[in-house]
Design a binder for this molecule. Structure first.
Ligand code: B12
Ligand code: SF4
Length: 486
């Protein structure tokens, strides 16, 4: 049951900006998934994506006095925006309840809720919890105790309800089921400069079977994976195709769920004739046949978490892959039309003195064999609940104490207290981005001087005097001075 567009907003769902610079924008799947679920039940939902819609839209929605406003948030820059938006809402109407959800509040719900401008936090998948919260807020005789996954305040005390069991992904609607989501998607995502290609996110699975010691997923989903049935995901993609979408970015942690799944999935994508990109594990690239299957399915880009080129470190990371599998995958990809992105982790709790030279030599060989390869060299950020986080604590690492301080708690801005050559480990992140990835995200003419500087740094293995990092920090802070929400 969907309500006419003119009906008064009951729930407003907000997706804050993910970073300060202009860039291509992908679909805010979290709020689309939540909204489609709620709209199915006749609830009047509206959506505000800070990256695309003007502030006046937010103001109009607030004036409609929704029963509840939900804000989606990952750790990092989104925290700063989510705080700014929450304060703005409270300044305009203190009475509208604000609920935060997403990976950050799921990781640290109690600390999130300590903030005066957040009334509720939901841990984990939000569809049912948000629905029940809306119902409770709509009723006179409000009771929050039975809402699984909810953190709430009772006379100043934070109450932690029991966790919610994982949802059945085959019972959830497509995130694009709502007509409002379809309209928003058509308006904003089919018209972005890359003509809608890869801006449409979709997920077939939730969770992950693997147990990597640094990753958010194992602690959030307890090493489980739930996958949507073929008939359902195929139909959802067909609907997107009928809207004119020609490329999908699979938001699954990795689409290489199993060999059987890959055969089924590649057949579907070939039949649908839609380009796609997604995460992939090296273990699932065995030989040329696998590459051919992916190429025929119109795969255009695969993202691999390589993490390390050292077998002993891969073991400590519990990555479930080794150097032999990595070399084999990189070799196969170098003979393929599919563009690979390889991501590496540095500054891990086993690395006091980060040795970048060996990794950079390795990257040079990769690029020589495959100039279209993208490289990301990311200093490790400890995430609570993960195995490596415990190790980081033992090395003296401390988390920020307040929600406000998490906006810079992200890749390239946070670094382990144990790392000796911090500047180099941080700078190589930006340099590798400018050198090997920027062409897909940034305007090459505007960023020409920085890209040239990155080239020089990489060639000379020189990372001191980090002007580009300082410039980034300066621009980020300056940008905040012009925050219209203040
Ligand atoms: C796509 C994506 C991105 C995109 C976002 C694209 C967009 N929407 O425009 C981009 C590229 C920008 C991105 C950036 C980053 N990402 Co990212 N990203 C993802 C990815 C692959 C999918 C997210 C998604 O939409 N999932 C589908 C939706 C339905 O799931 P969801 O977001 O979790 O939402 C559910 C619940 O969380 C909850 N929920 C969400 N919002 C709300 C709101 C309310 C009110 C409620 C009640 C509930 C709720 O309900 C939803 C439905 O069940 C996830 C991994 C994954 N598979 O989820 C990583 C992931 C979220 N990213 C992660 C990381 C580490 C990053 C980066 C730091 C990466 C980097 N090195 O730079 C940056 C951080 C950016 C920032 N600081 O703001 C981590 C999260 C860590 C954390 N603690 O936040 C994840 C989990 C990957 C991982 N395994 O490590 N990312
Ligand atoms: S890093 Fe990738 S493979 Fe490892 S647990 Fe996280 S999502 Fe799964």
């Amino acid at each position: 049951m969907q309500m006419p567009d003119t009906a008064k907003t009951e729930i407003l769902l907000i997706y804050p900006k993910t970073n300060p610079y202009p860039h291509t924008v992908s679909t805010p799947l979290s709020i689309f998934a939540l909204g489609s679920y709620l709209e199915r039940d006749g609830i009047v939902v509206n959506y505000f994506d800070e990256r695309l819609q003007p502030l006046s839209s937010l103001k109009t929605f607030i004036e409609e006095k929704p029963i509840l406003i939900g804000i989606s948030c990952m750790t990092g820059y989104q925290i700063q925006r989510a705080i700014s938006i929450s304060k703005y809402i409270k300044r305009n109407d203190r009475k509208i309840p604000i609920c935060w959800g997403g990976t950050h509040p799921s990781m640290l719900p109690g600390q999130t809720l300590e903030s005066e401008y957040i009334d509720y936090a939901i841990k984990g998948e939000g569809e049912e919890s948000l629905y029940e919260l809306y119902k409770a807020l709509s009723e006179k005789d409000r009771s929050f105790h039975s809402i699984k996954g909810l953190y709430w305040k009772n006379e100043g005390k934070i109450i932690e309800n029991p966790i919610r069991p994982f949802l059945d992904v085959n019972k959830l609607p497509s995130p694009y089921e709502s007509n409002k989501v379809k309209d928003l998607s058509k308006k904003f995502f089919l018209s972005t400069h890359n003509k809608g290609r890869f801006t449409f996110g979709y997920e077939i699975s939730r969770g992950c079977h693997n147990n990597c010691a640094f990753c958010y997923e194992p602690q959030a989903f307890k090493n489980t994976l739930r996958q949507r049935k073929k008939e359902l995901y195929k139909n959802d993609l067909l609907v997107l195709k009928s809207l004119g979408v020609n490329g999908i970015f699979f938001y699954d942690n990795h689409i290489s769920i199993s060999n059987e799944f890959l055969c089924e999935f590649c057949e579907v994508m070939k039949e649908l004739d839609m380009e796609w990109t997604g995460g992939f594990r090296v273990n699932y690239l065995r030989d040329r046949n696998d590459i051919e299957m992916l190429e025929q399915s119109k795969c255009r880009n695969l993202f691999f978490g390589i993490e390390s080129i050292e077998n002993d470190i891969l073991k400590l990371l519990k990555k479930g892959q080794n150097r032999r599998l990595i070399d084999n995958a990189i070799d196969l990809m170098s003979k393929s039309t599919i563009r690979p992105t390889y991501s590496f982790l540095t500054a891990l709790p086993f690395e006091k003195d980060v040795d970048l030279n060996k990794l950079m030599d390795f990257v040079d060989d990769v690029i020589k064999a495959n100039p279209k390869a993208e490289i990301a060299i990311q200093p490790y950020t400890p995430l609570p609940g993960t195995v490596l986080f415990e190790k980081s604590l033992k090395l003296g690492f401390r988390l920020p104490e307040k929600l406000e301080d998490y906006w810079e708690y992200t890749t390239g801005e946070t670094i382990g207290s144990w790392v000796k050559n911090k500047e180099a480990a941080l700078n190589v992140f930006l340099v590798s981005f400018l050198l090997f990835r920027a062409r897909y995200f940034l305007n090459k003419i505007v960023f020409f001087p920085l890209i040239k500087l990155a080239e020089l740094r990489w060639k000379n293995r020189y990372f001191k005097i980090p002007v580009e990092r300082l410039l980034y920090k300066f621009l980020k802070k300056t940008y905040l001075c012009f925050d219209k929400l203040k």
